[in-house]
Design a protein around this ligand. Structure first.
Ligand code: SF4
Length: 220
Protein backbone atom coordinates (compact mmCIF):
# COMPACT_ATOMS: atom_id res chain seq x y z
CA UNK A 1 0.00 0.00 0.00
CA UNK A 2 1.48 3.42 -0.91
CA UNK A 3 2.37 5.62 2.06
CA UNK A 4 -0.18 8.31 2.79
CA UNK A 5 1.12 11.80 2.28
CA UNK A 6 0.81 13.94 5.36
CA UNK A 7 -1.37 16.90 4.42
CA UNK A 8 -1.18 20.33 5.96
CA UNK A 9 -2.82 20.27 9.36
CA UNK A 10 -6.53 21.02 9.22
CA UNK A 11 -8.30 20.33 12.50
CA UNK A 12 -11.36 18.47 11.26
CA UNK A 13 -13.43 18.23 14.45
CA UNK A 14 -16.22 20.73 15.09
CA UNK A 15 -15.27 21.69 18.64
CA UNK A 16 -11.90 23.34 19.08
CA UNK A 17 -9.80 22.50 22.14
CA UNK A 18 -9.56 25.15 24.87
CA UNK A 19 -5.75 24.77 24.77
CA UNK A 20 -3.46 24.36 21.74
CA UNK A 21 -2.75 20.77 20.72
CA UNK A 22 0.62 19.70 22.19
CA UNK A 23 3.43 19.08 19.69
CA UNK A 24 5.22 15.79 19.15
CA UNK A 25 4.87 12.30 17.78
CA UNK A 26 2.24 9.91 19.11
CA UNK A 27 4.82 8.31 21.41
CA UNK A 28 5.82 11.73 22.75
CA UNK A 29 2.20 12.73 23.23
CA UNK A 30 1.44 9.54 25.15
CA UNK A 31 4.37 10.26 27.45
CA UNK A 32 3.42 13.90 27.95
CA UNK A 33 -0.25 13.10 28.59
CA UNK A 34 0.79 10.85 31.49
CA UNK A 35 1.83 14.00 33.36
CA UNK A 36 -1.08 16.20 32.31
CA UNK A 37 -2.55 18.30 35.14
CA UNK A 38 -4.45 20.72 32.91
CA UNK A 39 -7.81 20.02 34.58
CA UNK A 40 -8.62 18.50 37.99
CA UNK A 41 -9.50 15.01 36.73
CA UNK A 42 -5.98 13.61 37.11
CA UNK A 43 -6.11 14.04 40.91
CA UNK A 44 -8.27 11.03 41.76
CA UNK A 45 -7.82 8.83 38.69
CA UNK A 46 -5.24 6.04 38.60
CA UNK A 47 -3.64 7.05 35.32
CA UNK A 48 -4.09 8.74 31.96
CA UNK A 49 -5.85 6.50 29.45
CA UNK A 50 -4.38 7.54 26.12
CA UNK A 51 -5.42 6.22 22.69
CA UNK A 52 -4.08 2.99 21.25
CA UNK A 53 -3.50 1.70 17.75
CA UNK A 54 -1.23 2.14 14.76
CA UNK A 55 -0.22 5.67 13.79
CA UNK A 56 -0.91 4.57 10.20
CA UNK A 57 -4.55 3.73 11.01
CA UNK A 58 -6.98 4.94 8.37
CA UNK A 59 -9.88 4.68 10.82
CA UNK A 60 -10.12 6.34 14.22
CA UNK A 61 -12.73 5.44 16.83
CA UNK A 62 -13.43 8.05 19.52
CA UNK A 63 -15.25 7.10 22.72
CA UNK A 64 -16.23 9.31 25.64
CA UNK A 65 -14.11 8.95 28.78
CA UNK A 66 -12.47 6.04 30.60
CA UNK A 67 -14.51 3.87 32.94
CA UNK A 68 -13.45 2.04 36.09
CA UNK A 69 -11.59 -0.84 34.41
CA UNK A 70 -9.97 1.35 31.78
CA UNK A 71 -8.69 3.55 34.58
CA UNK A 72 -7.13 0.56 36.32
CA UNK A 73 -5.66 -1.01 33.18
CA UNK A 74 -4.71 2.22 31.40
CA UNK A 75 -6.26 1.06 28.12
CA UNK A 76 -9.31 2.39 26.26
CA UNK A 77 -12.35 0.15 25.80
CA UNK A 78 -11.66 -2.64 28.25
CA UNK A 79 -14.24 -4.17 30.59
CA UNK A 80 -17.88 -4.88 29.64
CA UNK A 81 -18.18 -1.98 27.15
CA UNK A 82 -14.91 -2.98 25.49
CA UNK A 83 -16.06 -6.60 25.24
CA UNK A 84 -19.30 -5.53 23.60
CA UNK A 85 -17.42 -3.25 21.20
CA UNK A 86 -15.10 -6.14 20.27
CA UNK A 87 -18.10 -8.40 19.56
CA UNK A 88 -19.76 -5.72 17.40
CA UNK A 89 -16.50 -4.98 15.54
CA UNK A 90 -16.07 -8.69 14.79
CA UNK A 91 -19.64 -8.87 13.43
CA UNK A 92 -18.85 -5.90 11.19
CA UNK A 93 -15.57 -7.54 10.03
CA UNK A 94 -13.52 -4.72 11.54
CA UNK A 95 -10.15 -5.62 13.02
CA UNK A 96 -9.54 -3.63 16.20
CA UNK A 97 -5.79 -3.97 15.60
CA UNK A 98 -6.16 -1.80 12.51
CA UNK A 99 -8.07 0.97 14.29
CA UNK A 100 -6.79 3.83 16.39
CA UNK A 101 -9.08 3.79 19.43
CA UNK A 102 -9.22 6.65 21.89
CA UNK A 103 -11.50 8.68 24.17
CA UNK A 104 -12.53 12.34 24.12
CA UNK A 105 -11.42 12.69 27.77
CA UNK A 106 -8.37 10.86 29.09
CA UNK A 107 -9.00 10.55 32.82
CA UNK A 108 -11.71 8.64 34.73
CA UNK A 109 -14.15 10.84 36.64
CA UNK A 110 -16.10 9.23 39.44
CA UNK A 111 -17.86 9.66 42.74
CA UNK A 112 -16.82 7.28 45.54
CA UNK A 113 -19.78 5.31 46.95
CA UNK A 114 -18.54 2.87 49.57
CA UNK A 115 -16.13 0.54 47.78
CA UNK A 116 -17.57 1.45 44.40
CA UNK A 117 -16.57 4.29 42.08
CA UNK A 118 -19.61 5.64 40.26
CA UNK A 119 -18.93 7.07 36.83
CA UNK A 120 -19.44 10.82 36.48
CA UNK A 121 -19.59 12.76 33.24
CA UNK A 122 -16.74 15.23 32.62
CA UNK A 123 -17.99 18.83 32.52
CA UNK A 124 -18.03 20.79 29.27
CA UNK A 125 -14.98 22.72 30.53
CA UNK A 126 -13.05 19.52 31.32
CA UNK A 127 -13.95 18.15 27.89
CA UNK A 128 -12.79 21.35 26.19
CA UNK A 129 -9.45 21.35 28.04
CA UNK A 130 -8.81 17.67 27.34
CA UNK A 131 -9.60 18.06 23.64
CA UNK A 132 -6.00 19.28 23.19
CA UNK A 133 -4.94 15.59 23.37
CA UNK A 134 -7.61 14.42 20.96
CA UNK A 135 -6.64 17.20 18.54
CA UNK A 136 -3.00 16.08 18.74
CA UNK A 137 -3.95 12.43 18.17
CA UNK A 138 -6.06 13.38 15.12
CA UNK A 139 -3.15 15.46 13.79
CA UNK A 140 -0.63 12.63 14.17
CA UNK A 141 -2.84 9.78 12.94
CA UNK A 142 -4.66 11.91 10.32
CA UNK A 143 -7.31 9.22 9.72
CA UNK A 144 -9.46 9.10 6.59
CA UNK A 145 -12.51 8.00 8.57
CA UNK A 146 -13.63 8.85 12.10
CA UNK A 147 -16.29 7.06 14.14
CA UNK A 148 -17.68 8.82 17.22
CA UNK A 149 -19.22 6.60 19.87
CA UNK A 150 -21.84 8.27 22.07
CA UNK A 151 -23.06 11.82 22.56
CA UNK A 152 -19.89 13.33 24.04
CA UNK A 153 -17.66 12.17 21.18
CA UNK A 154 -20.33 13.02 18.58
CA UNK A 155 -20.56 16.59 19.78
CA UNK A 156 -16.76 16.94 19.71
CA UNK A 157 -16.75 15.71 16.09
CA UNK A 158 -19.91 17.36 14.73
CA UNK A 159 -20.72 20.22 17.13
CA UNK A 160 -23.09 20.91 19.99
CA UNK A 161 -26.29 20.70 17.91
CA UNK A 162 -25.63 17.12 16.78
CA UNK A 163 -28.40 14.65 17.69
CA UNK A 164 -27.24 11.05 17.83
CA UNK A 165 -30.73 9.55 17.74
CA UNK A 166 -31.51 11.29 14.44
CA UNK A 167 -28.12 11.09 12.71
CA UNK A 168 -26.39 7.88 13.83
CA UNK A 169 -25.02 5.79 10.98
CA UNK A 170 -24.93 8.69 8.50
CA UNK A 171 -21.70 9.73 6.79
CA UNK A 172 -20.77 13.37 7.10
CA UNK A 173 -17.85 15.20 5.53
CA UNK A 174 -15.40 17.01 7.79
CA UNK A 175 -12.70 19.51 6.77
CA UNK A 176 -9.54 18.02 5.30
CA UNK A 177 -11.37 15.31 3.33
CA UNK A 178 -12.17 13.27 6.45
CA UNK A 179 -15.45 11.32 6.46
CA UNK A 180 -17.12 10.67 9.80
CA UNK A 181 -20.13 9.07 11.39
CA UNK A 182 -21.52 8.55 14.86
CA UNK A 183 -23.16 5.61 16.56
CA UNK A 184 -24.16 4.33 19.98
CA UNK A 185 -21.60 3.99 22.69
CA UNK A 186 -21.35 0.35 23.85
CA UNK A 187 -22.02 1.50 27.45
CA UNK A 188 -25.32 3.01 26.30
CA UNK A 189 -26.23 -0.33 24.72
CA UNK A 190 -25.43 -2.11 28.00
CA UNK A 191 -27.44 0.43 30.01
CA UNK A 192 -30.59 0.01 27.88
CA UNK A 193 -33.01 -1.43 30.46
CA UNK A 194 -35.14 -3.98 28.63
CA UNK A 195 -33.67 -6.88 26.70
CA UNK A 196 -35.61 -6.26 23.48
CA UNK A 197 -34.56 -2.61 23.18
CA UNK A 198 -31.01 -3.56 24.15
CA UNK A 199 -30.83 -6.10 21.34
CA UNK A 200 -32.29 -3.59 18.87
CA UNK A 201 -29.71 -0.96 19.86
CA UNK A 202 -26.93 -3.53 19.55
CA UNK A 203 -28.15 -4.42 16.04
CA UNK A 204 -28.13 -0.71 15.12
CA UNK A 205 -24.56 -0.45 16.43
CA UNK A 206 -23.47 -3.40 14.28
CA UNK A 207 -25.29 -1.98 11.21
CA UNK A 208 -23.57 1.39 11.70
CA UNK A 209 -20.19 -0.32 12.12
CA UNK A 210 -20.76 -2.18 8.85
CA UNK A 211 -21.40 1.10 7.08
CA UNK A 212 -18.29 2.53 8.71
CA UNK A 213 -16.25 -0.46 7.56
CA UNK A 214 -17.46 -0.05 3.99
CA UNK A 215 -15.55 2.11 1.55
CA UNK A 216 -18.87 3.61 0.40
CA UNK A 217 -18.94 6.96 2.14
CA UNK A 218 -21.97 8.35 0.27
CA UNK A 219 -25.43 8.04 1.86
CA UNK A 220 -26.31 5.28 -0.59
S1 SF4 B 1 -8.68 14.82 31.79
FE1 SF4 B 1 -7.40 15.46 30.10
S2 SF4 B 1 -6.94 17.65 30.46
FE2 SF4 B 1 -7.71 16.77 32.39
S3 SF4 B 1 -5.82 16.17 33.46
FE3 SF4 B 1 -6.56 14.38 32.33
S4 SF4 B 1 -5.44 14.40 30.39
FE4 SF4 B 1 -5.25 16.46 31.32
Amino acid sequence: MPARRKVDWIYPLALLPALPAPAGSLATLRKRAKACHACPLWQHATQTVFGEGPVSAEMMVIGEQPGDQEDQLGEPFTGPAGNLLDRALAEASLDRGELYVTNAVKHFKFEPRGKRRLHQRATAREQAICRQWLAAEVREVHPRRILALGAMASKAVFGGQFRLTARHGQWMALPGGVMAMATWHPSAVLRTPDAGSREQRYRELVADLKRFASDKTGDD
